[in-house]
Design a protein around this ligand. Structure first.
Ligand code: PNW
Length: 461
């Protein structure tokens, strides 16, 4: 009953800035995250990714751990400024060598690489000289960078993700200013998002035109919570749907339907850019699969225009633009980041995606639980926290599959504890605990449980 499809992909995920360290080694250029971390009071405890878990030196050890735990796939990202220090022009061959070696080591251990091209560490020069994602020309830059990656790694990498969570880049980076580049605006998020989508599509176009012989797949990964209507009132049901469209429809509708959701157009007017005919065609159909990062659920209720006080950006978008108020149920367990544990929200989200976008193949490219783990006598017991979260969410995934959702794979976030962006090293997501002094890795109860699940391809253990 708890058996997953025989070809279901079991993986774990990380990103470059969160684990690699070696921030200025072997010719790497600075990224907007290297710079953002030097501004006082932006990152909890003044943490940064300079060393992180030093995956750059320890990647072989890390891959051995993945192999011993049974993972068959590994999602990581390439740091653009490691392979192109200025984001354009010169290529850093030592950076290329690192990823090439990493890929070879994975393949030698029968682990399939899933490579994200952009997980937020934009080359700093593209920000200071060209305004990052606000400039149309970022699509030209991204295309050249993507082309470089396909040409150097595409003989061995068959699964590509262009962008990780353009919603986070837009809302947290350009709306709330909580993430790099730290901008606060109620219009820039929509422009950044537009250029993110155009850039994604340009990378896909070059991949399909020049690298079809590599026989790989390429797509985009979006993040979305589930929004459950607070009451049965029609206005709350409509508010929940509106919240979904402002969150996920914003990025998925252009790819699957050719334009932003109508409700966004109605409410945003001129702040929402228009696709040129050429861009619309390029974006439409530009994903071979539906990449989804999912963590939590909130209730959504309608508010009347102007009721929402936070006029910059609330969780799920820019609140004023949506007239949605969000809340949590008091009975829900919360993670250290106050994200509620609601497995049925995961099932409902998968079913919503399947219905709205005509049953795409979906990969959950992130799902996980943050808490303040402690090491006791060389072991970390996360059985009542992370482990029960994974059991609940994977059960929900299985129910969605049984209900007809084409869910083809699942990547746990994260393989290791790592640098959790503005929250620094305090919030641990890893299946493997990392001692940040000695950089020793210790498997947690959840990692041991995953090994059994993967071996049996079933949740019964
Ligand atoms: C994702 N939100 O970030 C990222 O892809 C990971 O790098 C990160 O470590 C992980 O989830 C856990 O945070 C998100 O505010 C950051 O809704 C913020 C949000 C969602 C995802």
């Amino acid at each position: 009953m708890n058996q997953f499809p025989h070809d279901f992909i079991w993986g774990s995920a990380t990103s470059a800035y969160q684990i690699e360290g070696a921030h200025d080694k072997d010719g790497k250029g600075p990224s907007i995250w290297d710079a953002f971390c030097t501004i006082p009071n932006r990152i909890k405890n003044g943490d940064n990714g300079n060393v992180a878990i030093d995956h750059y030196s320890k990647y072989k050890e890390d891959i051995a751990l993945m192999k011993s735990q049974g993972f068959k796939a590994y999602r990581f990202s390439i740091a653009w400024p490691r392979v192109m220090p200025d984001g354009k022009g010169e290529v850093n061959e030592k950076g290329i060598q690192f990823y090439s070696d990493l890929i070879d080591e994975l393949l030698a251990n029968d682990i399939t690489p899933w490579v994200t091209l952009y997980h937020w560490d934009l080359p700093l020069a593209l920000q200071t000289e060209e305004d990052g994602w606000l400039n149309d020309s970022i699509a030209d830059r991204f295309e050249v960078y993507a082309d470089l990656c396909f040409s150097r790694f595409g003989d061995r990498v068959k699964n590509w993700i262009t962008l990780n969570e353009p919603w986070v880049v837009s809302i947290l980076g350009y709306g709330q200013g909580a993430f790099a580049p730290g901008r606060k605006s109620n219009s820039e998020p929509y422009l950044a998002a537009h250029n993110l989508l155009r850039s994604h599509a340009r990378a896909v176009k070059v991949y399909r035109e020049k690298y079809a012989h590599q026989n790989g797949a390429i797509g985009i990964t979006n993040n979305c919570d589930w929004r459950e209507p607070l009451t049965d009132k029609p206005e709350d049901k409509e508010a929940a749907e509106r919240a979904m469209l402002f969150f996920l429809g914003w990025f998925a509708d252009p790819v699957y339907k050719g334009d932003y959701p109508a409700v966004m157009r109605e409410r945003l007017g001129e702040r929402l850019p228009q696709f040129s005919e050429e861009d619309r065609e390029m974006v439409l159909g530009s994903s071979d699969f539906f990449g989804l990062n999912h963590y939590t659920t909130m209730y959504a209720a309608n508010t009347d225009a102007g009721d929402v006080e936070n006029d910059i950006a609330g969780n799920g978008g820019i609140s004023d633009d949506q007239d949605v108020s969000l809340s949590q149920d008091k009975s829900w367990q919360l993670t250290a980041m106050d994200w509620a544990v609601v497995p049925w929200g995961c099932r409902k989200l998968l079913e919503w995606i399947s219905a709205r976008y005509d049953q795409p193949s979906i990969y959950i490219t992130e799902n996980g639980f943050a808490c303040d783990d402690k090491e006791v006598n060389g072991a970390v017991d996360d059985s009542n926290t992370r482990l029960s979260y994974y059991k609940g969410y994977l059960t929900a995934c299985k129910e969605a599959i049984d209900n007809g959702v084409d869910l083809k794979g699942y990547f746990a976030w994260s393989m290791f504890d790592n640098f959790e962006w503005a929250l620094g090293y305090g919030s641990r997501f890893g299946l493997n605990w990392v001692d940040y002094e000695t950089l020793e890795r210790i498997p947690k109860a959840s990692a041991i449980w995953f090994s059994q699940v993967i071996e049996k391809n079933s949740l019964d253990s």
